[in-house]
Design a binder for this molecule. Sequence first.
Ligand code: FAD
Length: 454
Amino acid sequence: MSKKTASSVIVIGGGLAGLTAAKRLIDSGFNVSLYEGRKLLGGKISAWQDKDNDWVESGLHVFFGAYEEIYELMKELNLYQEILWKEHVLTYTLDQGIGFEFRTIKLPSPFHLLPAVFQNQYFGWVEKFSLARALYPMLFGSDDYFRSQDIKSYSEWHKEFGISQKMLKKMFLPMSLALKFLPPEELSAKIVLDVSGTFLRTPTASKMGFLSGSPAEKLTNPLAKYITDKGGKIYLNSPIEKLIFESGEIKGALLKNGETLKADYYLLALPIHKLQEVLPERLREESFFNNLYEFEGVPVITAQLWFNQQVTGVNNILFSPDGVIPVYADLGNTTPDYSCQGKSRVEAVVAPARHIWDWDDKKIVLEVFNNIQSYFPKRSTGAKVIKSTVVRIPKSVYWPKPGVDKLRPTQKTPIKNLFLAGGYTEQRFYDSMEGAVSSGNRAAKALMERVLEK
Ligand SMILES: Cc1cc2nc3c(=O)[nH]c(=O)nc-3n(C[C@H](O)[C@H](O)[C@H](O)COP(=O)(O)OP(=O)(O)OC[C@H]3O[C@@H](n4cnc5c(N)ncnc54)[C@H](O)[C@@H]3O)c2cc1C
């Protein structure tokens, strides 16, 4: 370890971004202390056990073939094999048991998409051709083109391109709700085009996998153990109140309990609304920091329903444009550690959540149950919900509304001892697990570069 790298770093936030950054810094010889506000790690991928020892998750999480940095991290921790890849098919379930699929085949891009577009029976030929036209800019659009589309919403782009309204409602609506829990009229066209392009360009990019068990056991706890085994310190239940800013640099971090922490460097891996709270007001004089106040978090609800019988028969992710659950999965089938003797355990993203935030848990669970019954009328005959949970996150991922993309900050800030990580910071995968890991890697790298500049 060189003298230059033996500096101390305080990482604030124990989600994937903060944990990744902490690991990278520990590996490079820094003295790292990580402070997490809650009593458990993981942030948006956190999970905990209820009184029956069943795992409750903050949200339904799938891994995409397009991800890279999170797989490198998991391989380093010998965890990659915990991802179970599912059949490469997108299944849409609709009311009254109707459904349609998009399948891909093993051919070089873009030919792998041909059956997905042409074998689909649900959409007519005019609709399929309108989609085929849209695939061109998604597949071959340059970064500059995608960036230029950030001025409009995806639904505006869709309309301008003459793609059918049925496709917007039945295919892109659940996709955009699954992506950012908001409908296409509230999302920047850039994000939908960019993400679709990433998934469409490489044949395996859109294949999806599930962890074999809870994200706590299969990801965050082993990551935290690695950090502490290598001498890093992790403090739970330790929310930061404010950063202390004096003479152009960060001089400390004030904990909510009144204690002041000091280190050479500070790396904030917080959700954007929390970051806005802890940054000193004076930093807003810099446009870099002032821009961060343009960001908002999106509300989302996750419901988990344990059934008395098998109701889906599906071991994969499912989408639906009808009802309140645009994306869901039967974790009893997808996730071996959650298997319930052949019975279903459905985890569903309930979105958009804003309009139904005031509903009580009972009403939400009933609506999710009604949706499942409507999508699987035969299989769910006689089904009962034996247990349920509802997790509400009032401000989850950042809202990529039109115009916000250009404001996403770099991990390196104008303050020489302050760095940022998190899904909202600049990297290719927006607010996702891959985005969080990538931002953690970038923040740690930027910090190391800063040390070497000294
Ligand atoms: C319902 C849902 C479903 C999702 N599904 C997917 C998916 O299928 N695939 C995918 O790739 N991504 C998915 N995501 C996105 C993914 O979970 C996030 O992008 C990622 O986990 C963000 O990690 P992060 O470390 O940037 O932020 P966070 O996970 O939010 O971590 C920030 C941490 O900071 C802590 N903190 C907050 N305030 C303070 C404070 N004052 N002091 C100290 N600590 C503080 C928080 O408690 C938290 O632990 C989903 C998200 C949600 C909400």
